[in-house]
Design a protein around this ligand. Structure first.
Ligand code: PLP
Length: 370
């Protein structure tokens, strides 16, 4: 295949070429079955084998303990914004830490379902360029859970470490929206009660949503919770209470297989991809920080490895920058409309060569503009 352009989209986003090629090869006839994966019954032995392998690989890659259920659902991250309070709020108070657009959206949605929503902390006064010190969070007593977004896709703010709520004096389970950095790094499951992610950033196509739920949080849904979104019911049916997003699960499975094959020195799997993600992000942040022409405003300790918003100091050059990028095969760099500027998303499937090409272009454009 000819060299493909580098796609910096925030999502749906770039997918490893090997995964796309395998999917294309399997399209009409998966492993001699005479059927493509989209045409299979979700209850047939062919698809069940795809599903079981995908689930086992995801558990292995992210070292998910056995007391967590892995649920393959539909409805996206925004669906989970309602599904989580429907399942976990128990008619009580829920705590929110708002660090950008996504957690803000989650917070507003929860207000429809939870008896009370407590804004424990917000980064809004910093224009979401940093996270309030966890020691300052106003946690409520007996909260049903605390929600945060562990990587803010739009503002480029990432928790490098999940908070230890117990140490902060709260017994609430931690709920994380990890949509845009799932499988980019290891997860400390001892600090997590529930994690959810839409697949379209780092796992595969839109339409699949993964929820990882600690078992003791099942079985507490409000009566109004739709059965298809009741974690207990979904878990009891191995994600097949209703037809699961079969194509998404299949592509995610190919992506997990690709992840398992990754190597960086002695590292494999998630450890390898995490190392590569650190290298990629560092290269771009260093280039931005060393220039007088570009700027990233996020506090260094909270800078996202996955989504890097940046600005040209001379914003009148934005259109020329994007046009030149496109000419060089560097696609979808325009920032989110709520923030402006540029954004480069460096998900797992973005190779180091893509970031090197972007950095070379940043330097070239700066020289040209001098
Ligand atoms: C993309 C994204 C979502 C949105 O998910 P949908 O699939 O569009 O519902 C939610 N949260 C985060 C952090 C995201 O990056």
């Amino acid at each position: 295949m000819n060299q493909r352009p580098y796609n910096f989209s925030a999502g749906p986003a770039t997918i490893p070429v090997e995964v796309l090629e395998q999917a294309a090869a399997d399209m009409l006839n998966w492993q001699g079955s005479g059927m493509g994966v989209m045409e299979m019954s979700h209850r047939g032995k062919e698809f069940i084998s795809i599903y079981e392998q995908a689930e086992a690989d995801f558990r292995e890659l992210l070292a998910i303990p056995m007391d967590f259920e892995i649920l393959f659902m539909q409805g996206g991250g925004l669906g989970q914004n309602a599904i989580v309070p429907l399942n976990l709020s128990r008619g009580g108070t829920v705590d929110f830490v708002v660090t950008g657009s996504w957690s803000q959206k989650s917070c507003h949605e929860a207000e429809k379902y939870a008896a009370e929503v407590n804004l424990a902390a917000s980064g809004e006064s910093s224009d979401f360029t940093t996270v309030p010190d966890p020691a300052s969070w106003q946690l409520s007593r007996g909260a049903s859970y605390l929600h945060l977004c562990s990587n803010e896709t739009i503002h480029g703010v990432e928790f490098q470490k999940l908070p230890d709520l117990k140490a902060l004096g709260s017994d609430a389970p931690l709920v994380i929206d990890f949509s845009s950095h799932v499988a980019s790094r290891t997860v400390d499951w001892s600090r997590v009660g529930l994690a959810f992610a839409g697949a379209q950033k780092n796992l595969g196509p839109a339409g699949l949503t993964v929820a990882v739920v600690r078992e003791d949080l099942l079985g507490q849904a409000l009566l109004a919770c739709p059965s298809a979104f009741n974690y207990q019911i979904v878990a009891d049916h191995q994600s097949m209470y209703n037809t699961p997003p079969t194509w998404g699960i299949y592509i995610a499975g190919l992506t997990f297989d690709w992840l398992k094959r990754q190597r960086e020195g002695d590292l494999t799997g998630i450890a390898a991809i995490e190392q590569r993600n650190i290298t990629k992000a560092q290269l771009l942040y260093d280039t931005i920080d060393q220039s007088q022409f570009y700027v990233n405003k996020v506090a260094p300790h909270y800078r996202s490895r996955m989504n890097i918003p940046f600005f040209l100091r001379d914003e009148s050059r934005n259109d020329a920058f994007l046009a030149g990028a496109k000419e060089r095969g560097l696609l979808q760099l325009k920032g989110h409309k709520s923030v402006g500027g540029m954004r480069a998303s460096l998900y797992n499937a973005m190779p180091l060569e893509g970031v090197q090409a972007l950095v070379a272009y940043l330097q070239e454009f700066e020289r040209q503009s001098a």
